[in-house]
Every structure is written in structure tokens, then in C-alpha cells.
Design a protein around this ligand. Structure first.
Ligand code: ADP
Ligand code: ZN
Length: 757
């Protein structure tokens, strides 16, 4: 036991239920509780990408008190002035890096360059009031008389009363200065004379502008009413309910109805979204109904802002009665949760990949909902196979809305054979004549267009046409993507970048050419094809800033762009009224990648992006360009045949034993030493085979077999749904213990991914 050094909080900042939930996440997803806590708490993040520096006053640290490892890190910092946390693993054993760095931070021997470690500081605002001594009219008159010669001061006093009666609330110093033009010196003089008093109040960091203050009444359509009744029926039987409603069927209004009922009982609501890009539209809709009871929580918020939301949730403050957020909002300290809505539940971004906890927010939401005895709605136009399967087996309930709101027609979907078009020379760049014609028609009608291409950058490959050499990342087994506006080659895995080469690194000829295309190239081609129109782009490269998403989405809503080119960010639940045409530049890239989910995903992505078109009376249109117009998924997409896709894919999953028929745990081994990794992963896989009576696949290299100079190998464990997953995890842990005892494998990193997707 160690002595208590400092009491950080006056009251617990974590609730009991929250702790139980975190424990479940740690157990189920095979990570430590500490990893869950680190992912949940908005302070004390230690990220491997964080940079360490020395503080200005180093003499405070007594070197005699440092351990050898701590000393080594400090020495290295003196020579290099800054270090990344993952660089420290070159100096000391990587498993010990984070705890040691943490120690050093606590001893204030080093600082994190990022400000994440700063203590939360509430934001204070200064206010002004009149000294109580002058409350009565008589006193006030006497005061004004006294100030008769101090003209500015009496003016200030009058202005103060004016503003106060105008605002009917407290007077902020800043507002007062702005309103009256009185200088701060005069205000100070009045404070010194004890006529004014200044005081501070804690202010909200996160504030929204409420555009429409009137509380609109939701009037549901018959289809929506029916869905509400069905969902309630399932709630009565304590079931999670899937709201399966086609794009633009009005799922959001159904959620609003339930949210409204829950907050009237004083309970909290959690509304999970897969993507930050979706928050701004939703917030506007929610604010119109619920005013300032809405709080938002996601990774673009600063530490201080997140702490503020955390505290509001913990204290059951009605400023945070409805929390809208991405994945991590699930880890907030809810005290009386009444409803969780998981919108677009099929989205794979609900699963966290790195770092641990590698949890699926939808599944963890259902567990949280059970812990709170609350309700849970999953919503989607293209449910995940797992969820739809769960409704078939009656584990979850289902409510359906198969028509669009207002009986607007689903857009007409047409396939364009680009192999044929290329043969007949009917392509302009990456555009078929058909697509160009539809775009022109649409623009002529002053309607908007969305074009979807699932890659960012200009081109994913730069290749020499003489020798065939493609420029690779030096740290990863992947080719570098060309980004034109920076004239750079960049690695999308590790961030490595270099300027574009003039000649081939292998043969020296000046015959470099690009292959494939990304959003940047499409935008570039459009600028030439439609020079008189405005073309926006939404992808990871254009949405880095805090409000970057909002800016692009608002601009497109306000019709400041005619065409929006984007990656999958444009496919999700955005609601644009004026989009008449959606073009999918290349469907094949969505369907042909080595993953058992690629068909399901392709169907979901294309159906979702198609759903952005024609949301009003006029029927929308979707063109899908493909080299293989006979692909069954493309037919299911163009016929809106989710159920056919579901039954076909489910049959295949059954044949080849994939989820939802089995559970998958993926174990990834990583090391810089190729031979050692091979040896170790063989050892691990054969131990698993010897101990477990389940199917073990691999070890196998993933598609990108080396990332950041680490080689990777995967082992897949398939577990029958009838089998106890806990027992199997325990066996895996035992094998891990023997593995860790083998000294030459100590450098190897093991990563568990339960329900890998
Ligand atoms: P989904 O989430 O199912 O794609 P939305 O909830 O975005 O669909 O609804 C599609 C459009 O229909 C939105 O513009 C929404 O405002 C409108 N809408 C849906 N239900 C109603 C309703 N009951 N009353 C008025 N407008 C509605
Ligand atoms: Zn790389």
C-alpha cells in the first residue's frame, strides 16, 4: 500500500454501473480494465503518438530517486529534446513504456507536449452588479447626485440600468462594455468606489446556437405510428428493437418520439452515431425539439469540453439529458439512462480497432442498456447481418418502414457497364458518357449531385511504365498514394510522406505514371468538365479541422456547391433536400476485396449513398459504374432487395462458417523481426490447436503484412455460438502465459480482437 498523495475529486467521478460495464468490456473484449478506463476518462490519455519534452525547470527532479529506466528516458530526452512515446520502446522494454512514462509525468520530470494532461479548468465569466447599499430608490438618487460631476461614471450607471432592464438577466462585463462603450477604467473606478461589484460564474464551454426556438410538434405518418406501436410492444417484452426503415422513411422522427417520452420522465437518453459528420444535422433537428437539453460528445471536442459534458452527465444535469455522440459517449457516467438509440447500427465504425478496448459500440450499448434497465433501439436501412439474424431468431424485435416518408419514390438505380464504354471509347477520364449527361441535366435544373469514390488522394499507385516498379512506403508493405495538391506521396497507414519523384527509383527512367483514382482526381476532372460549377470534396483530407465537417455539410446544404465528391463520409445518414443524382464511380472496388463481409458492406454502402438522392417529390436517380454489371450484389442494390442479399449472404456464411453462425476472435502478432514473428505465430497457432477443440485458421499475413516496420500475422479462432466463449478465452490466456514465459518471444506484441469485423 502506498500513501495517498493527493485527493483529486471530492466525489466519485465514476458510477457503479459504469464500472460494471467497463468490467464487462474488459472481460468480453479481452483487454485490461485499465485500457477501458484510459479510453473512457477524458483526462490522462497516454497515446503512443504523443510527444514527450523536458520541462523548463529540470532541477526539481532528484536524479538519485529515479529508476534506471526513468533515467535512461531523461538522458535520451536531453540529447533529442523531444521523443515520441513509441520511440522510447527502442530504449526500454515496450511493455513497460507506458507505466514508466506515467511515473515520470507524475514526478513532473517530463511533460507531454500535447495538452491532454492538463488539469480541467472551468471557464469563468465576469459579471457586474450594483452594490446592495444602493438598492433602495432613495440611496440610488443620492448616489446619482454624488456622481453628478463624474459624468462618465453616472453615464455608466445609467447604461447599466438600461442594459439590465433590456436583458432581464445578469449583466456580463463584456456585454456591458460592448453595449455602452464605457471604458474598463471607468468600470474599475466604480468597482473601487464600491458602487459596482464584479463576480464570476462558471460558464459552459460548449454552447450551441439554437436556430429555431419554437417547439415543433411531431406529427407521425401512419407508417411511423405503426412502427412506434411495434417498438413499444417489443419494449414491453424487454426486447431490443431493430427499426428497419428504408432511407428517408423517417426513422429520426420515430426516435424523437421515444426520446421525448423518455426525457419527460426525467431520464437520460444516449443517441449513438457512427460518424462525427452526422452530428451537426442531427443536432439542429434535436435542438428544434428539445432546446438546450442536448449535449454532444466526440473526439473533436477538447479535453476541457469533454470534462464538462462528463460532469453534466454525472450530475444528471438537464443540459445533458440527451447525449449525442460517437462510440466513446457510451463510456460516460450515466446515472439514470432510459433509452439508447444506435443509429446506422450496421456501420463498422462502431467497432474500435486501435487501441484497446476493441469494443463494438452497438453490442456494448445493449449491455449498458440492460445494466440500466433501459430501452434500446437499433436503426438502419441496411441492417448488419448479425442484427437482422437476431430478429429472425426472435432475440431482438423488429419494426419496419418500407416506404419513404410522404411516399416519395426510392431513386431509380441504373448500372453502367464501363468495360463496354471503355471499349467503345465512351469514357471521359473516369466518367461514362451516361454519367456526364445525367450530371449536366441535373446541374441545368439547379439540382445537386453527389459522387462517391471510396478512396482519397489523387491515385493510390505511382508506377513506372518501363519496369513496373511501384513506389512503396519504406515502413509498410503498401504503395504510396499520390496527393496532387501537395504534390506528395503519402502512406495511408503510417503517415510517411515524400515529394513526388521525377524518375523511377528502380530503373531511373522518367516514365512514372499513376494508376487507380481517388476523390482528388475526380474533383480535378470535374473542374475541367464543368468549369462553371462549384465542386466540393469531403474526405479525411478536407475534414481535419474541428468544424471542417460542419462547414462542408452546411455549404452543400446552402447550395454553395453543385457537386460534392466524397468517400464513404457522404454515404451516411445525411439529409440533403436538393440532391437529385448520385453517382458511384466504381462499384467493383467495393465488392472485390478479400473479406467475407465485402458483399454485405458493398450492398450497405451503395444502398446508403443511393438513399441520399431524391428525398423530395421528384424521383431521384443513381448511376453505378462497374466493370461487372452482372454481379448479384449490384442487382440486389438496384432492386432494393435487402432480404435477398440477407438470405444469400447468410447461406454463404453458414457454408463457410462465418458470423453470425460462429464468433471470431482474431489474434494478431506483431514484431520487427520477420523470422521471429513466423516462429512465434506458428508456436501460438499450434498451441491453440492442441488445446482448443475449435477451428483455428492461420497464422496468415494480412493484406498489408508490414505496418510501421512491424510485421503482422493473424490467427483466426472460430467459435460455435453454442460454445462457452468464456472458457475459450481462459484457455487462450493460459497459452498467452506460457508464450510470455518464452524469453525470445518477449518483444512480440499480441493483440486480441473479439468479434473482429
Ligand atoms: P431516415 O433517417 O429514415 O433516412 P429521415 O428521418 O431523415 O429519414 O426523414 C426523411 C425526411 O422526411 C426528413 O427530411 C424529415 O424531416 C422528413 N420527415 C420524416 N418524418 C416526418 C414527419 N412525421 N413529419 C414531417 N417530416 C417528416
Ligand atoms: Zn507507411
Amino acid at each position: 500500500a502506498k500513501e495517498i498523495h493527493q485527493l483529486l475529486d471530492d466525489e466519485p467521478i465514476v458510477t457503479e454501473i459504469q464500472f460494471k460495464h467497463w468490467q464487462w468490456i474488459a472481460d468480453y473484449y479481452m483487454c485490461t480494465l485499465g485500457e477501458v478506463v484510459r479510453g473512457a476518462l477524458p483526462g490522462s490519455f497516454l497515446l503512443e503518438s504523443e510527444t514527450l519534452v523536458l520541462p523548463n525547470k529540470l532541477d526539481q527532479v532528484d536524479e538519485a530517486l529515479l529508476s534506471d529506466n526513468e533515467f535512461l528516458i531523461l538522458e535520451a530526452l536531453r540529447h533529442q529534446s523531444s521523443l515520441k512515446i513509441d520511440e522510447i520502446s527502442k530504449i526500454i522494454d515496450r511493455k513497460r513504456v507506458l507505466p514508466i512514462v506515467n511515473q515520470l509525468v507524475q514526478k513532473q520530470a517530463i511533460l507531454l507536449k500535447e495538452t491532454l494532461h492538463e488539469q480541467y479548468r472551468p471557464k469563468m465569466e465576469k459579471y457586474l452588479r450594483l452594490n446592495r447599499a444602493y438598492e433602495s430608490e432613495a440611496e440610488l438618487e443620492r448616489l446619482l447626485e454624488k456622481l453628478a460631476r463624474a459624468q462618465k461614471q453616472s453615464q455608466a450607471l445609467l447604461a447599466f440600468f438600461q442594459l439590465k432592464s433590456q436583458q432581464k438577466s445578469r449583466v456580463k462585463v463584456n456585454d456591458f462594455v460592448k453595449f455602452s462603450g464605457i471604458s474598463k477604467a471607468v468600470i474599475k473606478a466604480l468597482i473601487d468606489k464600491e458602487i459596482f461589484e464584479s463576480y464570476e460564474i462558471r460558464a459552459d464551454r460548449v454552447q450551441f446556437d439554437v436556430n429555431s426556438k419554437e417547439v415543433s410538434q411531431i406529427e407521425l405518418s401512419a407508417q411511423q405510428e405503426k412502427a412506434v406501436v411495434d417498438i413499444k410492444g417489443n419494449f414491453e417484452n424487454d426486447k431490443v428493437c431493430l427499426l428497419y426503415g428504408v432511407t428517408s422513411s423517417g426513422k429520426t422522427e420515430v426516435y424523437l418520439k421515444f426520446i421525448n417520452e423518455v426525457i419527460e420522465t426525467g431520464k437520460q437518453v444516449l443517441y449513438l452515431l457512427p460518424e462525427i459528420a452526422l452530428t451537426s444535422q442531427l443536432i439542429n433537428r434535436l435542438m428544434a425539439y428539445f432546446g438546450n437539453k442536448i449535449a454532444v460528445y466526440h473526439s473533436k471536442y477538447s479535453l476541457n469540453e469533454r470534462v464538462e459534458v462528463w460532469n453534466n452527465v454525472l450530475h444528471g444535469n438537464d443540459k445533458a439529458q440527451v447525449i449525442v455522440g460517437t462510440r466513446s459517449a457510451l463510456l460516460l457516467p450515466f446515472t439514470h439512462l432510459g433509452l439508447i438509440v444506435v443509429d446506422e447500427e450496421h456501420e463498422s465504425s462502431f467497432k474500435q480497432f486501435d487501441p484497446a478496448p476493441r469494443y463494438h459500440a452497438r453490442d456494448a450499448a445493449i449491455v449498458l442498456s440492460n445494466l440500466h434497465n433501459s430501452k434500446c433501439i437499433l436503426g438502419s436501412a441496411t441492417p448488419s447481418l448479425e442484427t437482422f439474424f437476431n430478429t429472425k431468431s426472435k432475440k431482438y424485435g423488429i419494426a419496419q418502414m418500407l416506404r419513404r416518408y410522404g411516399d416519395v419514390l426510392m431513386p431509380e438505380i441504373e448500372l453502367v457497364d464501363i468495360k463496354e464504354a471503355t471499349r467503345k471509347k465512351r469514357m471521359k477520364g473516369h466518367f461514362s458518357e451516361q454519367l456526364l449527361e445525367e450530371i449536366s441535366n441535373c446541374l441545368a435544373e439547379k439540382e445537386q449531385v453527389i459522387l462517391f469514390q471510396n478512396r482519397r488522394g489523387f491515385a493510390p499507385i505511382v508506377e513506372c511504365t518501363t519496369c513496373g516498379h511501384a513506389t512503396q512506403c519504406p515502413n509498410c508493405d503498401v504503395s504510396l498514394t499520390y496527393h496532387q495538391h501537395r504534390n506528395q506521396l503519402r502512406c495511408h497507414y503510417c503517415g510517411y510522406h515524400m515529394s513526388l519523384l521525377q524518375s523511377c527509383q528502380a530503373c531511373g527512367n522518367n516514365t512514372l505514371d499513376t494508376k487507380g483514382f481517388g476523390t482528388e482526381q475526380i474533383q480535378e476532372e470535374l473542374l475541367k468538365l464543368f468549369p462553371e460549377y462549384r465542386i466540393g470534396r469531403m474526405d479525411l483530407d478536407t475534414t481535419r479541422g474541428k468544424y471542417a465537417y460542419e462547414k462542408i455539410i452546411n455549404a452543400f446544404e446552402q447550395q454553395e456547391f453543385d457537386i460534392l465528391v466524397g468517400t464513404q463520409m457522404v454515404t451516411k445518414g445525411l439529409d440533403f433536400r436538393n440532391v437529385a443524382l448520385v453517382g458511384i464511380m466504381n462499384a467493383d472496388s467495393l465488392l472485390n476485396f478479400p473479406d467475407y463481409r465485402s458483399h454485405e458492406r458493398g450492398f450497405q454502402l451503395m444502398t446508403q449513398v443511393a438513399g441520399r438522392a431524391g428525398r423530395t417529390e421528384k424521383r431521384g436517380k443513381v448511376l453505378i459504374q462497374t466493370y461487372n454489371p452482372y454481379h448479384q450484389i449490384l442487382h440486389q442494390v438496384s432492386n432494393y432487395d435487402y432480404k435477398k442479399m440477407f438470405s444469400e449472404q447468410l447461406y454463404e456464411r453458414e457454408q463457410f462458417k462465418y458470423p453470425p453462425h460462429v464468433r471470431i476472435i482474431r489474434i494478431t502478432l506483431k514484431d520487427k523481426d520477420y523470422n521471429k514473428l513466423n516462429e512465434a505465430s506458428d508456436w501460438f497457432a499450434s498451441s491453440l490447436r492442441n488445446v482448443l477443440k475449435v477451428q483455428v485458421l492461420g497464422p496468415e499475413y494480412p493484406t498489408v503484412a508490414r505496418i510501421r516496420n512491424q510485421y503482422l500475422k493473424n490467427i483466426l479462432i472460430k467459435i460455435n455460438t453454442t460454445e462457452s466463449i468464456t472458457r475459450i478465452k481462459n484457455s487462450i490466456r493460459r497459452i498467452e502465459n506460457s508464450f510470455n514465459a518464452i524469453s525470445q518471444y518477449r518483444s512480440i506484441r499480441l493483440v486480441y480482437d473479439v468479434d473482429h469485423i
